[in-house]
Design a protein around this ligand. Structure first.
Ligand SMILES: Nc1ncnc2c1ncn2[C@@H]1O[C@H](COP(=O)(O)OP(=O)(O)OP(=O)(O)O)[C@@H](O)[C@H]1O
Length: 234
């Protein structure tokens, strides 16, 4: 599904990712753990084509997309939910969702996609006419995920979905992520909340200072001293 090989990324001359290699197989949820500044958002943006300067291979379904801009990357079935959600506050829930169906193949089937999104997030159905800016933080996160699903992705990149959410909302968002994955969408889940991430994912990687510092199944990562030290500070 997603194959990242020797990926370097830069901000100007400053290198933020160093030789990152990881995979997400069909139907998997894979967690990427790491502290602030480890390079998690840079990784998501580099895969999504939102990052201008990168080097290495990023392939989706065997096709190298490393040099494509974001609007082309989404044509290969990759959708991103960026950190901080970024919904359009002055537009309704419905209009935000419809904007997600811009991909050519998604546009024709937006009605079915809408039903699917409302099935996963009943709260969004109840609030379909409400302005996105008036939703709670958790509801906005649901909307951001729903909007990404409207593009009918095969791979969803999620950047810190729990950020700033109350625990009860985080529970709902993670239940939804598991429901999305159960429908066959592969997920790359960037998350600082180690417990929740490893619960949702089958396996994961640890990023530290822009490099892969560890990998394994969720059970292995939970037991790993490096994860305990580096992310949990224990
Ligand atoms: N626009 C930018 N310009 C210059 N350096 C940047 C920029 N964005 C991020 N960086 C640097 O790149 C490194 C990785 O940052 P990144 O945001 O990817 O980390 P992160 O793991 O997502 O952290 P957080 O959890 O705090 O979002 C950091 O050293 C950061 O200071």
């Amino acid at each position: 599904m997603l194959e990242i090989r020797d990926l370097d990324a830069f901000y100007g001359d400053a290198q933020a990712l160093w030789g990152v290699t990881m995979d997400v197989h069909d139907g998997e949820t894979v967690a990427v753990l790491g502290t602030n500044g480890a390079g998690k958002s840079t990784l998501v943006n580099a895969v999504a084509g939102l990052h201008a300067k990168r080097r290495g291979r990023v392939a989706v379904g065997g096709v190298d997309i490393a040099h494509l801009p974001a609007h082309k990357v989404c044509e290969y079935g990759v959708a991103v939910v960026p950190e901080g959600r970024r919904v359009f506050p002055a537009m309704s829930v419905y209009d935000n969702l419809c904007l997600g169906a811009y991909r050519r193949t998604a546009r024709a089937e937006y009605r079915q996609s809408l039903d699917r999104v409302y099935g996963i997030f009943p709260r969004l159905r109840q609030r379909t006419g409400q302005l996105a800016g008036s939703l709670s933080g958790g509801e906005q996160q649901m909307l951001a995920i729903g909007r990404a699903l409207m593009a009918k992705p095969t791979l969803l990149l999620l950047d810190e979905p729990s950020l700033g959410l109350a625990p009860v909302m985080t529970d709902e968002v993670f239940e939804a992520i598991e429901a999305v994955n159960a429908q066959g969408v592969s997920v790359l889940l960037v998350e600082q909340d180690v417990d929740r991430a490893l619960e949702a994912a089958g396996r994961g990687y640890l990023l530290a200072e822009g490099r892969v510092a560890g990998s394994g199944t969720s059970a292995e990562l939970r037991a790993s001293d490096t994860v305990q030290r580096s992310v949990l500070g224990i």
